[in-house]
Design a protein. Structure first.
Lengths: 309, 271
């Protein structure tokens, strides 16, 4: 099922019970798949029009009254466009706002460079206390949603709108504090997130054919990051590759590097957008253009393994 | 002497006390809104200083957050905290930072300081109040220079769209911003027409430093069907001659102990 459909259905269930949930969007209710919620809960759903700054402030105001507002727009407009509103009206003021950025990075596809956020995680990650989460499939999203609501403060959810390959199943149990170890390995740690989880698993399968054992860990929450899992894995494998749908500056590669440099320095490689802007194209084209494929991950692992220790 | 005017003098003295004790601060725009604060807290707002978080209270959001010292003076007068707090403005670990902070100061309803943002928050508060049917009024104070922020007009448009008649905005039109007179930096006229064009009721108060005129404006604004903007023509630095005479330079000023005492003497002479 499409991620936005899963989100809307889950929110519908939650909103029946939790009367404090407020939905606010900036002229993207249909794109976000939220139209039904606007029909069912008209008194708790708002559309501010194309005015993202106001959306963030209105949400902060609702939060100051004890409500739990969710705001929605495309990823770049949910982050870089309203960075100061998120920093001051929401985070500094300790408001409880859930920020949904739709179609991160190359998922913007044919909306192209203006809509392709290569920097959203980097923009937000340096704001104190914010939580940054990216579900990799519908089961993770579903399991995480109650946690997103109960976690006090600002939570940024980086959400791919369309259908994802399932990584988990109905039994999956989400915790903000615990990264998902998807595959045990001994030779290299592959830390991945979002769209790159599937590529990382495929890469690990490919590497296994050559007798290389890759540990794959989904870092669904880049802030606060699960340091223990990262350190434990690299202590075992001695090397790490990160794979993300974001600029390698400011995102997962940076976050994992920060953890390792302090606790367990190790040779690393990054897979992601190499400090370039986005462009139009389908996901497969963009993955290949920016080097975000399983083959690139395999190559980076081989580079590391061929390095002298 | 009128009781409200007596309180205005005390509030002005307490603004000078806070800024004079620290040595520097946003004097001009604090002194210009004194009558507004006194009339709001004495005659209109529903609040309980013993329960600053009381649900259903009227709320004041000072979007021009740098006027913190003025708000602290009236909150102190109303009993939200003790007078000795006024001596701690901007000192380490203070509960009174230069810009309003809802997590530090009892009675402050929103964290403000990045101009333009408090108004949007107030729109959210007004919607929340309406959803709760608690009958609260949501008051907002905007600076005139602050109206140059684009976010102000996003908020104005949406508040009118939602018919938020529990939302009352005051514009502290003292015609001075950091770099000059408003019209020299980036003009905001025709101001009343702008707000009307955005779907607001507008009332213009010729002397925004007159308690009587301010009260008339608030009374009118509480009874409109749409959100209402009250344009207050005020004087930056009002009530303290050397601050008034500094014109646009009074936005943030050094206040020596000597000048603080001069201000006290001038204000006391009016009692």
């Amino acid at each position: 099922m499409e991620m936005r459909k899963v989100l809307a259905l889950e929110l519908q269930k939650i909103m029946q019970i939790n009367k404090y949930i407020i939905i606010i969007n900036a002229d993207l209710a249909r794109a976000a798949g939220l139209s039904d919620l606007y029909e069912i809960f008209p008194e708790r759903c708002f559309n501010v029009g194309v005015a993202e700054q106001n959306m963030a402030g209105v949400a902060a105001g609702f939060s100051s009254y004890g409500f739990i507002p969710f705001i929605f727009t495309f990823t770049p407009f949910a982050t870089r466009r309203i960075c100061d509103q998120i920093a001051i009206s929401i985070c500094y003021a300790k408001q409880n706002v859930k920020i949904f950025g739709l179609d991160p990075g190359i998922a913007a596809e044919n909306n192209g460079g203006t809509h392709m956020s290569v920097e959203d995680v980097g923009v937000l990650r340096s704001i104190p206390k914010i939580t940054i989460f990216e579900p990799c499939d519908e089961f993770q999203l579903k399991s995480a949603l109650p946690e997103v609501i109960s976690r006090d403060g600002a939570v940024y959810v980086r959400l791919f709108r369309k259908e994802c390959v399932s990584i988990f199943d109905e039994n999956y149990k989400f915790s903000f504090l615990k990264a998902d170890k998807l595959r045990e390995g001994a030779d290299v740690s592959v830390f991945c997130t979002g769209l790159m989880v599937e590529e990382s698993i495929l890469a690990a399968e490919e590497l296994a054919k050559s007798g290389i054992s890759a540990e794959v860990i989904n870092i669904h929450t880049v802030k606060p990051i699960d340091k223990e899992s990262i350190i434990a894995s690299v202590r075992k494998t001695g090397r790490a590759v990160t794979a993300e749908n974001h600029n390698i500056i400011g995102g997962l590669y940076s976050a994992v590097s920060e953890v390792l440099s302090l606790n367990c320095p190790a040779p690393m490689r990054s897979v992601g957008i190499n400090d370039e802007f986005g462009q139009v194209g389908r996901i497969q084209f963009l993955k290949s253009y920016y080097g975000m494929t399983k083959n690139v991950i395999v190559n980076k692992v081989m580079e590391l393994l061929n390095e002298k220790k | 002497m009128d009781e409200l005017e007596r309180i205005c003098i005390q509030v002005r003295k307490d603004i000078m006390l806070q800024i004079g004790t620290f040595g520097v601060g946003h004097v001009g725009g604090s002194l210009s809104i004194v009558e507004l604060l006194v009339v709001l807290y004495r005659l209109h707002m529903r609040f309980d200083p013993q329960k600053p978080e009381m649900s259903g209270r009227d709320r004041l959001i000072v979007s021009k957050g740098h006027s913190g010292p003025a708000v602290y003076a009236i909150l102190c007068n109303e009993g939200f905290f003790s007078r000795d707090w006024l001596l701690t403005l901007n000192q380490p670990d203070t509960n009174l930072p230069s810009h309003c902070d809802m997590n530090k100061t009892p009675g402050i309803d929103m964290t403000t300081g990045s101009l333009g943002q408090g108004f949007s928050c107030a729109v959210g508060v007004a919607l929340a109040s309406r959803l709760c049917s608690d009958g609260a009024y949501i008051y907002v104070i905007l600076g005139d220079g602050e109206l140059q922020e684009g976010q102000i007009w996003e908020s104005a448009m949406f508040a009118a769209h939602e018919f938020l008649n529990n939302l009352i905005v005051f514009i502290d039109y003292n015609d001075a911003q950091i770099d000059g007179r408003i019209g020299q930096v980036c003009g905001i006229e025709p101001l009343a027409e702008k707000w009307r064009a955005f779907g607001w009721e507008v009332v213009e108060i010729g002397d925004g430093n007159s308690c009587r005129e301010v009260n008339d404006g608030i009374t009118f604004a509480k009874n409109t069907k749409r959100p209402c903007a009250v344009i207050l023509h005020t004087i930056k630095g009002k009530g303290v001659s050397f601050v008034e005479n500094s014109g646009v330079l009074s936005h943030s000023m050094v206040i020596s102990k000597e000048n603080m005492n001069l201000a006290f003497m001038e204000l006391d002479s009016r009692i």
